[in-house]
Design a protein around this ligand. Sequence first.
Ligand SMILES: NC(=O)c1ccc[n+]([C@@H]2O[C@H](COP(=O)([O-])OP(=O)(O)OC[C@H]3O[C@@H](n4cnc5c(N)ncnc54)[C@H](OP(=O)(O)O)[C@@H]3O)[C@@H](O)[C@H]2O)c1
Length: 196
Amino acid sequence: MVEQRVAMVTGANKGIGFAVAGGRLRQGIVVYLGARDTARGDQAAAELAEVGPVRSVFLDVTDAESIAAAADRIETDEGVLDILVNNAGILVQPLHPPSQTPVQDVRQTYETNVFGVIAVTNGLLPLLRKSRAARIVNLTSDLGSVAKAADDPNFPQLLAYNSSKAALNAVTVTYAKRAARPEHPRQRRIAWLCRH
Ligand SMILES: NC(=O)c1ccc[n+]([C@@H]2O[C@H](COP(=O)([O-])OP(=O)(O)OC[C@H]3O[C@@H](n4cnc5c(N)ncnc54)[C@H](OP(=O)(O)O)[C@@H]3O)[C@@H](O)[C@H]2O)c1
């Protein structure tokens, strides 16, 4: 018997997350459709109900309690998570030149685009570790490219958003390398340095 895989997509009530949720449903995957507004999440799930097994779940990536509750629900209902799509992301408006960007705009952006991804990933990793082939997908952006920002004279220089996605790129590589080689000697060296 083919095992039914389970996916969680954050910020899936609209946009790219909604499309990703629909795509996974068409592949026969059970989708937990995360939304920070229950009514919008339920509405989106209702629109996808004919496509496949979709479950609306309240998930605000900046809210630790909602992350823990979502993890508990998936644990109870499925016992495993195979795919996590960290899609939720924001671009705080209005936009300002870097020198006039309120620090609060940067903090707000990082809360969702960077810290939210870390919090959701760490909250769901115990369930992902139960999968035989877990996958984590982080929605970054071309605008997070430091090389392009440095070299392209026409690059949109959005302080909060671009730097959050650049940070997310580093976060993504860090998780990927750590998961692929958990016993890498350099990790042991960093752990050793932290203790001394
Ligand atoms: N669109 C592009 O061209 C583009 C290009 C590159 C990368 N991206 C990235 O792709 C991802 C999706 O983009 P999009 O264009 O589909 O954006 P979008 O239409 O604005 O949708 C963003 C989704 O994230 C949700 N969200 C925001 N903050 C959240 C939070 N704290 N907790 C949970 N959900 C939250 C939103 O919920 P609400 O409906 O409640 O606001 C919405 O469902 C983002 O990470 C974005 O940075 C987009």
